[in-house]
Write a protein that binds this ligand. Structure first.
Ligand SMILES: [Zn+2]
Length: 127
């Protein structure tokens, strides 16, 4: 039974999982300079650290999400498809239960509309 199945099966009470739902990866996030932060390496490290759930939420980019999902197949780790959108009001983390939903949503976005500042956005991280 996967963690997703376990979460859905719990009808009452709470269950706690170790999770990191805000991870940036290389090269999908402009602020990640460490070439070792690949989806495969992130999944391997998450499993080694005993996490149950993770989400790769790169800035306005979903290109590494499917690789993380593939890397986590047949493991105990649940990868939640997500993205971090830059908006004029700050950053917005968005999650979906299925990659196809994330892909469809992301495909409808005009990313430039989300940040009037473009590349000089003051909300961008500088490492
Ligand atoms: Zn972020």
């Amino acid at each position: 039974m996967t963690i997703s199945d376990e979460i859905v099966a719990v009808s009452s009470g709470a269950r706690f999982y170790r999770a990191d739902l805000h991870i940036h990866s290389y090269p999908a996030s402009h602020d990640v300079k460490d070439a070792g932060m690949t989806p495969d390496a992130i999944v391997a490290q998450a499993i080694a650290e005993g996490l149950g759930l993770i989400a790769i939420t790169d800035h306005n980019d979903i290109s590494n999400v499917s690789n993380a999902l593939t890397a986590a197949e047949n493991t105990t780790l649940c990868v939640i498809p997500g993205v971090e959108l830059s908006t004029s009001d700050g950053h917005l983390l968005v999650y979906f239960s299925q990659y196809s939903e994330l892909e469809a949503y992301f495909g409808k976005l005009d990313i430039d509309r989300f940040c009037a500042y473009g590349e000089s956005c003051p909300h961008r991280y500088t490492a």
